[in-house]
Ligand binder design. Structure first.
Ligand SMILES: *Cc1c(COP(=O)(O)O)cnc(C)c1O
Length: 823
């Protein structure tokens, strides 16, 4: 359609909307990909049809039954013609919905004596993904993997059975973001040279595509073998689905084992068991039970009224593309006062005019997320509350499209599992996790959508989610920073995933998450003695220093290696990062056990794998097991910090923190459950984060050397953060951390919780696990207060109470960030 054509269509719909869709009133319905709306004429016409004809159960001799049978066969033909499918080449099987069509195909393949291999595209709807559970082998492919397959690389899973059929499934259009996939893949796969001898079938999910686009099965040589659809997505009513089978692929259904009423000619029971499936028409052998007679009859009215109101599917396609292009442009153009975009778009803009060349265009679906002017994500739950109030009907969340969501949002499998084990479920409240959204907002159009729907929605987003006047950040009003401080930076960041074992140094340029309990993945695991349940410590077991855990986000694993004398001949072991792997593996991974950490009774999850536990027991020579203490627990699954200011520390205790970017008078009240005094920790001894000042280490090493000793490395103090200076710092700067009240690292604020008390564990060389006297001897001489020895400082992150920003939503630190000290 031309621009004029689109405008004319739009005016026609605006004119008939009130009469044909009276149930809309002043609601703005934008969830046509969920189901589209049924016209009043359709319901009236159907009602008239029902009240003027007597319809009985088909397959009988009565005239009412005959009426039903003949109407159903006429409609079957009519629907095939709607998709330009030649009835001698295709058959239509009526099913409850698209999912039921998929299950029928699955039943046939499952019955194959050789099983079947299943390949599915990443953009698949959940209903297609479930097929993999029935397959012998299955594989999820992205675009490039499919292209590779078509180009000759064979992804078919290892199989000794060259005759085992393979089924490839993909959506013609993604229900998540409207992206379209090539319709000629079935043809390319069939031109079988790619997989010589191997039968490959194609299952096309056209449920989303056919709703607003013409689906043309005119060429049976190139058409998919199986095409599934949902009629309610095209017409709004009836609630019915269809499976269109290419007759050449029909023999695969002979291996379907189930039969039901309606699909057999004769059944023998009792002493013999035998049945004769119906053989006349394919659909007869697949439509188990009584057909949804009245729904099928409603299709007649649906087809009539659709043509009468909207003319052709080509017109619907052109109109809805035009609308979604307008919406896409409208949302993408919205900017906050500081130029930041309001919407992060996941859908491609659709082309209003006919798609040209190889460009497939995009369905009339716009998927996006909202951000505030500081790039903090807007929660979908919050968005939906307001949208409901303002009468907008849109879909939010994961949209039954896990592959598409993961791809759009950049979610790795381990992150999805972490979110799941942290309590995230389809439809929960907490939808921003680890600084990333877990779903999207989806707006979708149908034949009866109009430009005014588009304008209303863009105006709504602009009114509530665009910040035009950016509030001036209020600068903090804490006591001034130290007057003659050197330029401080974060020199290194280290976490100790397994308590008392080696550290994992965070690589440069990697942002690392800070949580209330400390740095992410710090001291979340420990080793416990199998007999006593006591958590093991390096003080007693120095070889723990040689056990090196590493956080591997690519594989979603904690990988643990041993870096000591090689005679133990130990290979690396690994455990999943997700907090509750039993959700994803067999449920024997863990059992709960009472344990003691620093004299405190807690409850930990003990790993039951012998491979894992033997690894640690062999290194340490004690029977021990790996245990985990995941964040977020209650009761004995929760610990609190014990660090406090010491007598030698001269710190102003009454600090009033004011975060940047806070409105005057708009200070968020503290949450009722905030634990300002009781700071949560995992398995660290005393506090969430331990920092050391490298000037203090230099001072200490000077003293050690003066006494004829050897300088020690920073590692012995097992700090999380080493703070160093870019310029040379005055000697007086050493140990100034005793009197710091707080720090700002990059955008994040920390409060100091007091000095760290030391024991002779600092004497263990972290490279060799050997013991010496230093630095403890020198520390006792120079850093003893009140009979106790101190080095380094405890601290905790202060969550922001101001407007949410990208940094407050997902607080992180990075090596090299600037450090400001508050006195
Ligand atoms: C809606 C939809 C489905 C599921 O259809 P049902 O009729 O609910 O079974 C499957 N795939 C896609 C692409 C869809 O849009």
């Amino acid at each position: 359609m031309t621009d004029d054509g689109n405008t004319a269509y739009n005016s026609r719909i605006e004119a008939l909307r009130q009469d044909e869709f009276p149930m809309l009133r002043d609601e703005v319905y934008l969830d046509h990909a969920g189901t589209t709306l049924y016209a009043k004429s359709l319901v009236d016409k159907f009602a008239a049809d029902m009240t003027s004809n007597l319809f009985g159960n088909p397959h009988s001799a009565s005239s009412s039954s005959q009426t039903s049978t003949s109407r159903i066969e006429d409609i079957r033909l009519r629907v095939l013609q709607f998709f330009n499918a030649d009835p001698s080449e295709f058959d239509l099987v009526f099913v409850a919905n698209a999912t039921a069509g998929i299950k029928l195909v699955t039943e046939a393949f499952r019955g194959n004596p050789l099983g079947f291999d299943y390949l599915y595209h990443q953009a698949c709807h959940t209903s297609l993904i479930g097929v993999r559970e029935e397959a012998t082998n299955s594989l999820c492919l992205d675009d490039s993997a499919v292209q590779g397959w078509l180009g000759g690389t064979n992804p078919i899973l290892e199989s000794r059975h060259r005759d085992r059929p393979a089924l490839f499934a993909y959506p013609a259009q993604s229900n998540m973001d409207g992206s379209r996939l090539p319709l000629n893949w079935s043809d390319q796969l069939r031109k079988g040279a790619l997989t010589p001898g191997r039968p490959v079938f194609t299952l096309l999910d056209a449920a989303a595509f056919a709703a607003t686009s013409p689906l043309d099965l005119g060429d049976s040589e190139t058409a998919p073998d199986f095409t599934v659809l949902s009629f309610y997505k095209i017409f709004g009513f009836p609630d019915l689905g269809g499976l269109i089978v290419r007759r050449q692929a029909a023999p695969i259904f002979q291996s379907r084992r189930y039969f039901g009423g309606g699909t057999v000619d004769m059944v023998v029971c009792l002493r013999e068991q035998w049945h004769a499936p119906k053989t006349q028409a394919l659909h007869e052998s697949l439509e188990d039970g009584t057909l949804p007679v009245h729904s099928i009859i409603a299709l007649d009215s649906a087809l009539d009224v659709h043509r009468q109101l909207f003319k052709s599917m080509g017109d619907v396609s052109s109109h809805t593309s035009f609308l979604s292009q307008r919406l896409h442009n409208g949302l993408a153009a919205l900017r906050h006062g500081n130029g930041q975009p309001v919407c992060v778009m996941y859908s491609q803009p659709s082309l209003a005019s006919k798609a040209t060349g190889s460009h497939l265009g995009n369905g009339p679906v716009v998927a996006f997320n909202l951000q505030n002017h500081l790039e903090s994500w807007i929660s979908l739950v919050e968005f939906e509350k307001l949208a409901v109030l303002k009468k907008f009907h849109v879909r939010t969340g994961g949209l039954c499209n896990p592959g598409g969501i993961a791809h759009s949002l950049g979610l790795e499998p381990w992150e999805m599992k972490r979110n799941f084990s942290a309590g995230f479920r389809c439809g929960t409240d907490n939808d921003i996790m680890g600084g990333k959204p877990t779903g999207v907002i989806r707006v979708s159009f149908g034949a009866m959508s109009t430009l005014s729907d588009v304008h209303k929605f863009v105006a709504f987003v602009a009114e509530f989610y665009r910040t035009v006047d950016i509030p001036e950040p209020i600068l903090r009003s804490v006591s001034p920073v130290h007057p003659d401080l050197p330029d401080l930076v974060v020199e290194s960041i280290t976490v100790y995933p397994i308590k008392s074992c080696g550290g994992f140094r965070i690589p440069a340029r990697t942002t690392w998450e800070i949580r209330a309990e400390g740095l992410a993945w710090d001291r979340e695991w420990c080793l416990v003695h199998r007999g006593t349940g006591q958590a093991l410590s390096q003080k007693r077991h120095p070889r723990m220093a040689l056990i090196h855990p590493a956080i591997d986000f690519t594989s979603g694993q904690l990988r643990v290696s041993y870096r000591g004398p090689s005679e133990l001949g130990l290979a690396e072991i690994s455990v999943p990062l997700s907090a509750n792997p039993s959700l994803f593996q067999d449920n024997t991974t863990f059992k709960w056990m009472a344990s003691r950490v620093c004299g405190e009774e807690i409850s930990v999850q003990i790993y039951t794998s012998n491979e894992v536990n033997d690894f640690f027991s062999t290194v340490l020579g004690v029977p021990c097991a790996l245990a985990r203490f995941p964040p977020g627990g209650l009761g004995k699954n929760m610990r609190h910090a014990k660090a406090h200011l010491q007598k030698h520390q001269k710190v102003h205790k009454k600090i009033h923190y004011r975060m940047p970017c806070q409105f005057p008078g708009m200070e968020t009240p503290p949450d009722s459950d905030s634990e300002s005094e009781k700071q949560r920790i995992l398995l660290s001894n005393e506090s969430p984060i331990l920092a050391i000042n490298s000037s203090s280490l230099e001072a200490l090493n000077r003293q050690i050397i003066e006494q004829g000793g050897k300088a020690v490395s920073a590692e012995v103090f097992r700090a999380n953060i080493v703070i160093g200076s870019l310029t040379s710092s005055p000697q007086s700067f050493a140990y100034s951390e005793d009197h710091w009240s707080g720090l700002r690292i990059g955008q994040q604020e920390f409060k100091m919780l007091g000095s760290c008390r030391r024991c002779h564990m600092v004497c263990i060389d972290q490279e060799t696990a050997g013991k010496s006297e230093e630095p403890f001897i020198t520390l006792t001489k120079t850093r003893r207060f009140d009979g106790k020895v101190f080095f380094g400082t405890h601290m905790s992150h202060i969550p922001s109470s101001g407007i949410s920003t990208k940094d407050t939503q997902f607080p992180t630190i990075t090596i090299g960030e600037h450090v400001k000290v508050f006195q």
